[in-house]
Structures are given as C-alpha cells and as structure tokens.
Design a protein around this ligand. Sequence first.
Ligand code: UDP
Length: 326
Amino acid sequence: MSSEKIKLLQDMTDKTIVVAGAAGFVPGHLCEYYLKKKAKVIGLDNFITGTKENIDLLSKYPNFTFLECNIYEQLPSMEHLKIDYVFSMASPASPIDFAKIPIEIMRVNSEGTMNLLELAKNHHARFLEASTSEVYGDPEIHPQVEDYVGHVNPIGPRSCYDESKRYAEALTMSYHRKFGVETRIVRIFNTYGPRMRPNDGRVIPNFINQALEGKPLSIYGDGLQTRSFCYVDDLVRAIDYVMHSDDVTPFNIGNPDEYTMLDAAKFIKEALKSESDLAFHPLPQDDPKRRRPDIGKLQKVSDYRPEISFEEGLKRTTQFFREKLQ
Ligand code: UDP
C-alpha cells in the first residue's frame, strides 16, 4: 500500500459506471454524485424496494441509462460497453425487509453479487461491495474496527441480511484472490437523508414522520441502545474515496457521532419543535445494543471527514418528508 492520500477524480467524462440498486436510497444518491461528475452511469434495479420516482429523478441527466432487471437472475447484455466501475448496492437493508423478503435478500447478496463480480472480471472493471455494519452483529467491542470478526446469530431474524453480506464479502475476496479482480469493500453504518422511504421502518424516518404528524415517537426497548447516523452525502463521498483507494480489505464508513435512541428522539423533537410523546414498544430480537464506526482506517489514507451535522442533516431530511406529506 502506498502512503499517498487518495485523490478523487473531478471530471469523469471518460468513465462508465454500473450501479446495482439504482432505484434505492444510497445507490440513487451515488448515481447522482457520479452523474454530476459527468460519468456515464448505468443503473440496474427490479423495484423490489426502490422507487420509480428515484429513477425519474436520475433520468433527467442525459448521461444516465436505466436497465430494469433482477440481478440474481440475469444481467442485461453489456458486452459492447467499456465498463470502469461496478457497484454492488442492490440489497434491501431495512430490518422491516428482513421478515418480508428474506430469500430475495439472500439471493441478491449471493447469486446477484456473483453476477456483478463476473461482470467486473469480464470487463476488467473495479468492483465495490456495499457491505454493512451488520457483519459485526451485536458487537462485543466498541467502537467497531475493521479487523473485528463479529458476533452474528446465524439463525436469527436479521441473519438473512447479516450472513448473506458476510458471504458477499467472502465472495468478493475470493474473486480478488483467485482472479485478481480489483475489488473494494465498504461496511456502511446507519445512514439517513432525503429520498429514504417514509415507510422504511427505520428509526430516523419513523421519528421524523411521527413528529410531523403529531404522533408519539416509537421507542423500541428502553431506548438506551445506540447508533451513529451519517448523512447520505457524507457517505457517498466516503464510498468514492474507498473505490479509489488501493486497499482491498474492508473500510468502515459512517459518522462516528453516537446517540442513544432516547437522545435521537429528543433531538428530533427539539429540531421539529414537536410536542409528541414517547411510546415504548418491545425491542426486536437481536437488535444490536451499541454501534459506532471507527473510521480511522479511511482517515489515515484520505482527507475524509463527515461534514454535515446531525442538526443540518435532519433539517434537510425533514424538508423532504414535509414535501412528501403535502
Ligand atoms: N428503533 C426505534 N424506533 C423505531 C425504529 C427503530 O427505537 O421506530 C430502534 C431500533 O430498535 C434500533 C435503532 O432504532 O435499535 C435503529 O434501528 P433501524 O431500524 O433504524 O436500523 P438498524 O441499525 O437496527 O439496522
């Protein structure tokens, strides 16, 4: 590994990028980030959780192409294209999806990831696997560092996601070792921002929508479990840094500022000047107790810093949900 800091490309006119999961929240933002850098972006999605609205937004850019497909069945033919980067970001990731579509989640992260790795191999493209902090399970060390191997329940309600992402990481490393594919892995921690599904079931959209509608904010368990929330623009920049690093081993990406769910509820109530009460509900099984990324590894090789405060990020996200409610 060289000791030089990672440099990002500003003008990507000559690059072609494939993004699996383009109709989803984080991949949709990633597409827009590269479209603004003038790359040709090819988005893939089957709309299992992503929305047509997100694709309409991206379709305003002349350098965007959308191909509807199910990546674990068959990828569309892209033989004639020179592809530079492949982003594997197609997996549904909200805990409410785990109960509804567990088989689809496992197939997209296994067969789907393999199809994307084959695409990268055949085109000599760089490949990035969007993995997750869920590979650490309910972590026994805090904050989480990349060489912690995790504490995952293989048969619990979250295992369809946790274990299939662990498999996707193993597959990615195997393609690197066996075929020399230029692979990268990011482990994404909790992320929020505009264009999240309002009914996504995750804590930030739930709290904001409940506060906007004057309903009680739903706290699971005693609310003392923690998460660290990263605004989506900060996350997308971190992904770009990792894609341009020269290290094939995983990088944690996220914002290390940590909140209990009670603190997050209080923060959102104050930010929205809401009078809503709190309502306590049972804690879901295997809900991780503490989660906070150690992002020192990425910061050692780049100038990466999260820039958007929780306050500012919530303002922008609330504005999005307000417009949705109208
Ligand atoms: N949570 C909560 N109220 C909600 C939704 C979630 O208290 O309405 C809690 C959940 O139990 C977890 C944390 O908030 O401890 C983050 O949950 P989320 O589903 O956003 O993401 P996770 O980190 O669990 O994947």
